[in-house]
Design a protein around this ligand. Structure first.
Ligand SMILES: [Zn+2]
Length: 428
């Protein structure tokens, strides 16, 4: 039973619908400000800038960021151990923080005293959360910042938060029912667990529960799972993308054609080898710069591989979108100048039910890269495979955008659990 308009409007209309050129000027100004702040207050960042001969006056716009090195997540633990607690990356003294979070690594993260970053709130609004909703936060509240951020961000939208944390499925269901909770925040798999358990307890998911909107994160959301949960629970499910270090970077609107860049942060998609921006729809690493003065992460490498699109969106938001998250940068291989990721290889293989096992082998022939998709076929495959081979080679070219060969091998010849991409090139 739809109770309010969850489809129109914006959380930050002036920014979300801003003319792209005006937004660029706005982000240029904010970028210059945060770089100057970080240079003055975060000694580790200042040292990084000096290491490439850059001064704050050199970074006056977003495009100048490419002069600065990318800080990869993997560096944080090492930097912190040399200068506990925050490795000299905090932009305000420890005494001005409200919390220290402990993320896996361990990585210590400063929590600013007044959390006024509204990027998750933008995401909630885009998903359909509205003032007056009661929302259950089922992410973990121990040690890490994520659930605290969501709890505070719900309040920014005018929602009432129930900080449930993980587990306790029956208590979660009881609260959903008793309090007529409209909003769910958690993983898609836990939402499925809740739905299964509620049905097992004899509840009618639509009549006994009042869920209208879900914000899911931290896991992949396969389209089939989204459709099934939306239908079973009679609700809208939207996802976003961010990390525990830099917060929300992008989020889906109702149209689901990718995830809009969040306002008030800089999202770059760069060539992982050079750190230089890639073009629209080209895969690259997501690199973020946030304007948090307490913890000004500048050019933070997420390690996630995605691509961006400037296509206009029917929702009225004018920011670009991340098309989808394709996997991790450290799994990517560059073949004939194009990035090839295991997920792309999986996508090719999944088009052919005959293929039981596969591995992409990358080699050098003379001075050229050669890519061979080695496949094992099921027992009922016809002996004549030239047509299948041609279809697969054309799918490789279409999906991976690199020409390759397909080779069929005896079943059992690929090692069990082998890597999806085996890069055998030797560089001399
Ligand atoms: Zn949109």
């Amino acid at each position: 039973m739809p109770d309010k308009d969850r489809t129109s409007g914006f959380f930050r209309p002036e920014l979300e619908t801003m003319d792209p050129e005006a937004r660029q000027a706005y982000l240029d100004r904010r970028t210059a400000e945060i770089v100057a702040h970080a240079y003055a207050h975060a000694p580790a960042f200042a040292a990084k800038m000096r290491s490439v001969g850059a001064q704050p006056g050199d970074i006056t716009k977003v495009a100048d960021l490419t002069r600065l090195p990318i800080t990869e997540k993997g560096e944080l633990t090492e930097m912190q151990q040399k200068g506990l607690p925050f490795g000299g990356l905090n932009g305000e003294p420890l005494s001005s923080m409200s919390r220290i979070y402990v993320s896996p690594g361990p990585i210590y993260e400063p929590g600013e005293k007044v959390y006024d970053d509204d990027r998750w709130a933008q995401a909630f609004y885009a998903a359909g959360f509205r003032q007056g909703d009661i929302a259950q936060v089922t992410f973990n509240f121990n040690m890490v910042p994520f659930a605290f951020w969501l709890d505070a961000s719900l309040n920014m939208v005018g929602c009432v938060s129930i900080p449930m944390g993980v587990g306790n499925t029956e208590v979660q269901i009881q609260a959903l029912k008793d309090l007529k909770v409209q909003g769910y925040l958690g993983t898609p798999s836990f939402l499925a667990t809740i739905a299964d358990k509620a049905e097992a307890l004899g509840l009618d998911l639509k009549k006994d529960l009042n869920l209208q909107v879900a914000f899911v994160a931290a896991e992949m959301l396969p389209p089939s799972l989204r459709v099934s949960l939306q239908e079973r629970l009679g609700m809208v499910i939207r996802q976003s993308y961010g990390t525990a270090d830099v917060g929300c970077l992008s989020y889906e609107c109702l149209h689901m054609e990718g995830m809009h860049f969040a306002q008030d942060c800089v999202v770059e998609v760069v060539d992982p080898q050079t750190g230089q921006p890639v073009g629209e729809n080209e895969p690259g690493e997501v690199v973020a710069t946030i304007f948090n003065k307490a913890y000004p992460l500048i050019r933070f490498g997420t390690g996630d591989l995605s691509a961006f699109s400037n296509a206009t969106c029917a929702c009225g938001r004018t920011s670009p979108k991340l098309t989808r998250i394709m996997g991790r940068v450290d799994q990517v291989t560059k073949v004939k100048g194009m990035f090839v990721h295991p997920s792309g290889v999986q996508q090719v293989a999944s088009k052919f039910p005959e293929v039981m096992a596969y591995q992409l082998v990358v080699n050098r022939r003379g001075h050229n890269d050669v890519m061979t998709l080695v496949c094992e076929l099921g027992a009922d495959t016809p002996a004549e495979t030239s047509e299948l081979r041609a279809k697969m080679e054309s799918a490789m070219k279409e999906v991976l955008r690199v020409t390759g060969e397909v080779q069929f091998q005896e079943p059992g010849s690929l090692p069990q659990g082998c890597k999806v991409i085996d890069d055998r090139r030797v560089w001399k």
